[in-house]
Design a binder for this molecule. Structure first.
Ligand code: ZN
Ligand code: ZN
Length: 305
């Protein structure tokens, strides 16, 4: 791993720790469990597996061949700019793009299918931002990183930009009761983005900004009341499983009905909760030896698909 990647990874891990501590100390919604529903799906499948595979696809199979074919990066169009100017330039231009694409996703029934996964969590926290449909990530990250490489930016711009994305993504979804005052007109944060995840009709087409809140204020889509939402997530039923979430974006189905019809699917579907309960009961046993815990299988049998 290159030095810049070691530094950015260390900074990201430190930021995760800080945000988790702040969530415990100053919660936006009190009583939100750390291991909330979908925690492992978001961490393992969305954060690690999907990101890893899409990174290879985007960089090695899309951007690199594009650059080899057109050789744009050899023109060094932005190479002479100071690194901080390059970072700022790509930060603002991509944020402008993402505002409009995000807004389009909320208006277009087809594009909504690539975005609804992101809104499906009813317990929004630091990890919730990682839940994004693979196609959404493929489009957005290709459009984000291709210009950086094709315009011949300094190689450190990619990891720096990726770090800023991750840090900001964690921040705007964090369950922290931030009160940033007038700064909220400029920088986006949990105050407006947690509303974006609310199941309230008045925000179905509002608060599209990611990093800079001024896009929402400028283009008339800001929603910033003085109170907190009551309902979260989608207003319709949505699958809990990573793979079924992706199938659902192509073909609608009733998750419970599918489980009843296909016993193999039911067994697979129950696998994750069983593992999760096994881990929990193991931790409980280690903490309090002698205290009987609920057998994992018995607990899992309560779950029906
Ligand atoms: Zn959205
Ligand atoms: Zn979000």
């Amino acid at each position: 791993m290159k030095q810049v990647e070691i530094v950015t990874t260390a900074l990201l891990l430190a930021w995760v720790v800080v945000v988790i501590l702040l969530e415990r100390r100053f919660p936006y919604r009190k009583g939100l469990p750390f291991f909330r529903e979908g925690f492992w799906t978001d961490l393992v499948l969305y954060t690690f597996v999907q990101s890893f595979l899409l990174k290879i696809l985007i960089f090695d199979y899309i951007i690199l061949p594009l650059d080899q074919h057109f050789a744009f990066s050899k023109l060094h169009l932005v190479s002479d700019w100071p690194v901080w100017v390059q970072v700022l330039f790509f930060l603002i231009t991509h944020d402008f793009y993402i505002y409009w694409f995000h807004r389009w996703q909320h208006h277009s029934p087809v594009l909504w299918r690539t975005h609804e996964a992101h809104h499906s969590g009813k317990q929004v926290d630091w990890l919730a931002g990682s839940r994004s449909h693979a196609v959404e990530i493929l489009i957005n990250q290709t459009i984000e990183f291709a210009p950086i490489i094709l315009l011949g930016a300094d190689p450190v711009v990619v990891p720096i930009k990726a770090l800023i994305d991750a840090v900001w993504g964690i921040y705007i979804h964090a369950n922290i009761d931030v009160k940033s005052g007038r700064l909220q007109y400029f920088f986006n944060g949990p105050e407006m983005h947690l509303w974006h995840h609310a199941d309230h009709q008045e925000v179905f087409h509002a608060n599209f900004s990611t990093k800079f809140a001024f896009w929402d204020w400028l283009f008339g889509t800001a929603y910033f009341p003085g109170h907190k939402p009551l309902k979260w997530g989608l207003y319709y039923k949505y699958p809990k499983d990573y793979f079924l979430q992706h199938v659902f974006s192509v073909k609608r189905f009733d998750e419970r009905e599918l489980g009843r019809r296909y016993p193999l699917l039911r067994r697979y579907y129950l696998l994750l909760p069983v593992l999760e309960r096994r881990v929990r009961s193991f931790v409980k046993r280690r903490r309090a030896p002698g205290v009987p815990s609920v057998p994992a299988d018995a607990a899992a049998s309560e779950v029906s698909v």
